[in-house]
Design a protein around this ligand. Structure first.
Ligand SMILES: *[C@@H]1O[C@H](CO)[C@@H](O)[C@H](O)[C@H]1NC(C)=O
Length: 217
């Protein structure tokens, strides 16, 4: 009996520990403004001398306009990473995402972050899917001023199925959220075609046809 109880307590403790490790570590000082010139490698970037820190280290301007960030012509979106050196080690990152009419940020997930996104302009169909085996869809049409939240690690998407350009401002709960585009993970990687056919409950010819479109842009 005591043995069983101990086992349960140990399993709970291990589970809790794992949960804590899923988030960015807590900071040990007020701030650690990134020193991008340093050659030192740590978990995050080394800190600038606090005596040289200025207000501009916590500042970024220009999220009122579409940025020239990473553009995906294939999907019709542009993501502008909001670079704020003063956020280094603080467990957050931000981006402005622009989506052309008809464009999408296709199903993807961030392994290390939850997300909230506020619509700045236009309208999008936005949602996420819960994990196996439920695969439940939570989705809404969002308009300017609306905010939607995505739990950590869950597959989510947005589709600008309206006729105007859409823009969103996304906040993520990690300095390095990571991005896995589900279709790219399956079709841009050199996975064996017969394995993919099996995975997708289809035949290899269908897989080969889909794969033709996934050559790197
Ligand atoms: C976009 O798609 C969603 C989900 O299918 C739908 O509810 C919404 O009416 C669509 N919006 C437009 C402008 O067609």
């Amino acid at each position: 009996m005591v043995g069983v109880l101990l086992l349960v307590v140990t399993l709970l403790a291990l589970g809790a520990g794992h949960g804590v490790l899923a988030f960015d570590p807590n900071p040990l000082q007020d701030f650690c403004v990134a020193d991008t010139t340093s050659k030192v490698r740590v978990n995050g970037l080394p800190c600038k001398d606090p005596a040289t820190v200025v207000a501009d280290d916590f500042f970024f301007s220009g999220v009122d306009k579409p940025g020239r960030g990473t553009a995906s012509r294939r999907y019709g979106f542009t993501a502008l990473s909001v670079q704020i050196p003063g956020l280094n080690t603080l467990g957050a990152s931000h981006a402005r995402v622009d989506v052309a009419p008809g464009g999408a940020f296709p199903p993807h997930y961030h392994p290390r972050a939850s997300e909230t996104a506020v619509v700045l302009q236009g309208s999008v169909y936005f949602g996420f899917v819960t994990s196996y085996p439920d695969n439940k869809l939570f989705a809404k049409v969002l308009r300017r001023g609306d905010v939607f939240a995505v739990p950590q690690g869950l597959v989510h998407f947005l589709h600008n199925n309206g006729s105007e350009p859409a823009a969103l401002y996304a906040t993520l709960s990690s300095q390095n959220p990571g991005l896995v585009l589900v279709a790219d993970a399956l079709f841009a990687a050199p996975l064996p075609g017969d394995l993919l056919a099996k995975t997708l409950l289809t035949d290899k010819a269908t897989v080969d046809k889909i794969r033709e479109n996934f050559h790197r842009p």
